[in-house]
Ligand binder design. Structure first.
Ligand code: F6R
Length: 237
């Protein structure tokens, strides 16, 4: 794991977006794994800005999102399809036909990813309980894309986007830890004090299903981008 600590979230957003753009320019039919939530919003804004400056085209890029709620209409404002259309796809030249979500296709998601050549770069956030995608503590490290129950903490965390906790779906479809570990390269971004414990367990703890993100220690090409708050509990900080 290579850990990069930045002074601000804005610096991380710029760095990661610039990196993504340089990779797409080197390989226009790039396959990218995308996350939702608060963490990648700034990166997506930077990507839109670089697109508007004609520094990149996404027209031949294929994307695979990590997860999607079960039980929300595709166009529900809190569905992850809606989020991606709204925050990235509709503001760039992504070909929506090349953007995939678990549950939207009848094909097996992991086989579909493999048929496109595998994910070149996976973008990840991390939950306060150490989850990545919706792989909650206790999920098998070998799991491929599957349906899962959301942890109470995750529903509470995500209730900020809904009118009430009751409206937050109880289930989601998610790429498994085994699916994520197949990505050729992984960038995980975490900012804020509320991520500091999970970040410490991920980087310095044992590899243990209680912290799903700790499996990333076994991946050969992982970059962790942190702000000073998220890095604050790491040894040497
Ligand atoms: C979202 C996802 C989740 C989030 C995590 C952090 O697609 O897979 O694992 O990355 O819950 O969420 P935020 O960024 O809102 O703190």
């Amino acid at each position: 794991m290579k850990v990069h600590v930045f002074k601000s979230k804005e610096m991380i957003d710029q760095e990661v977006a610039t990196l993504i753009v340089s990779k797409i320019n080197a390989k226009p039919n790039f396959v990218i794994g995308l996350a939702t939530g608060s963490t990648p919003l700034g990166i997506y804004q930077e990507l839109i800005s670089l697109y508007q400056q004609n520094k990149v085209s996404f027209k031949d890029v294929t994307s695979f999102n990590l997860d999607e709620y079960v039980g929300l209409e595709k166009m529900h404002p809190q569905s992850y399809r809606y989020y991606m259309n709204h925050h990235l796809f509709s503001k760039t030249d992504f070909n929506v036909e090349n953007t995939f979500f678990p549950g939207e296709t009848s094909e097996n998601y992991d086989l579909l990813i493999a048929s496109k050549g595998g994910i070149d770069l996976q973008i990840l956030g991390i939950g306060g309980n150490g989850h990545i995608a919706f792989n909650e503590p206790g999920t098998s490290f070998d799991a491929l894309t599957h349906e899962t129950l959301l942890a109470h903490q995750t529903r509470l965390d995500n209730s900020r986007f809904f009118n009430s906790l009751e409206e937050v779906p109880t289930k989601a479809l998610t790429m498994g830890l085994g699916s994520i570990m197949c990505a050729k390269e992984i960038i995980l971004v975490a900012t804020g004090l509320n991520k500091a414990e999970a970040v410490k367990s991920m980087i310095e703890g044992d590899i243990n299903v209680n912290c799903p993100a700790s499996i990333l220690q076994n991946h050969i090409n992982v970059h962790i981008y942190l702000d000073e708050d998220a890095a604050s509990l790491l040894e040497g900080n």
